[in-house]
Design a protein around this ligand. Structure first.
Ligand code: SF4
Ligand code: SF4
Length: 289
């Protein structure tokens, strides 16, 4: 048996009960949209949804991968829903978002890994809400030649792809993925279109060493990654990878200082940081700067 570990005081979050939280929830239900906030059992859902910040997850709720940290169901996904781009765009317009984050499951079953669907969603949001900045959080498009070009051509404002953990832990934590594939993807975005901001992040508390995290930061800088997020890994169910340690808020702050020195344009590092947490205010700050 592997019980869920007790969380330290700095991880506790309030139960969601704000009226806007319920409005956001209803809109997602009525529009038949899936959110990573719910699928990943994100601890920030009360706070984010009370501000209408929901991160929609496109291409279904079944993933072709089985990462050891992730709460999303693994299996053979259903066919793509051709009406989804319209519904996502309509929801973004109704929520009145100045910045939206769109993510997806991995679709190794599709010849283009879902790249065209991502592009359709980006284009639909641009049409419905021209002033909303668009951040996408994509799969790695492993062995999907031409997929990255299709997504980059749709010109998202921020291209985010999470590296999740240090290379040594890939075989156990991200068994279907390859560290250098993810790094190459981020590098590829910048080579194709240097005007797109790139972003990536890691979950800490999986057993990584400090020097390994610093090395990943250096790898990111070599690939010209602009934004970095670091958050505490939380075990979604006892079947998932156990938390190796709870990284203290002070240690997160120390990582943040190191990252700023290494030259990232933006760094978000705290126990409850997720790649879409405060993404809108962070991006607005950057634009104003
Ligand atoms: Fe959703 Fe991201 Fe907020 Fe979590 S941090 S609730 S995933 S928007
Ligand atoms: Fe979860 Fe993404 Fe891994 Fe699929 S690829 S299991 S959605 S983290």
């Amino acid at each position: 048996d592997n019980p869920i570990q007790r969380k330290p005081a700095w991880i506790r979050v309030k139960a969601p009960n704000h009226p806007v939280y319920h409005e956001t929830r209803k809109l997602m239900r009525d529009s038949n949209l899936v959110t990573v906030c719910e699928e990943a059992a994100c601890p920030n859902i009360g706070e984010c949804w009370s501000q209408r910040h929901a991160t929609m997850m496109i291409m279904g709720e079944i993933c072709t991968r089985a990462c050891a940290f992730c709460n999303v169901t693994t299996g053979l996904p259903k066919a793509l829903d051709a009406d989804e781009p319209r519904r996502v765009a309509e929801a973004v317009a109704k929520l009145g978002l100045r910045h939206v984050v769109i993510t997806s499951v991995d679709r190794d079953d599709l010849p283009d890994g879902g790249a065209r669907h991502f592009a359709r969603v980006i284009n639909a949001i641009r049409d419905a809400s021209p002033t909303t900045t668009i951040e996408i959080l994509t799969p790695d498009f492993m062995r999907k030649d031409g997929a990255l070009e299709i997504v980059v051509e749709a010109r998202p404002d921020v291209f985010n792809h999470n590296i999740e953990t240090v290379p040594r832990l890939y075989p156990t934590i991200r068994p279907g993925a390859r560290y250098y594939q993810s790094l190459r993807l981020l590098d590829g975005v910048k080579r194709l279109d240097p005007t797109i901001f790139t972003k990536s992040g890691l979950m800490l508390g999986l057993g990584e060493e400090r020097l390994e995290v610093w090395q990943v930061m250096d790898d990111f800088r070599i690939a010209d990654v602009d934004f970095l997020t670091l958050g505490q890994y939380l075990q979604p169910t006892p079947k998932h990878a156990a938390v190796a340690d709870f990284v203290t808020p002070e240690a997160f702050e120390s990582y943040a200082k190191t990252a700023r020195v290494k030259g990232f344009l933006q760094v978000s590092a705290s126990p409850l940081t997720r790649s879409s947490y405060h993404a809108d205010s962070d991006f607005a700050q950057l634009r104003a700067a």
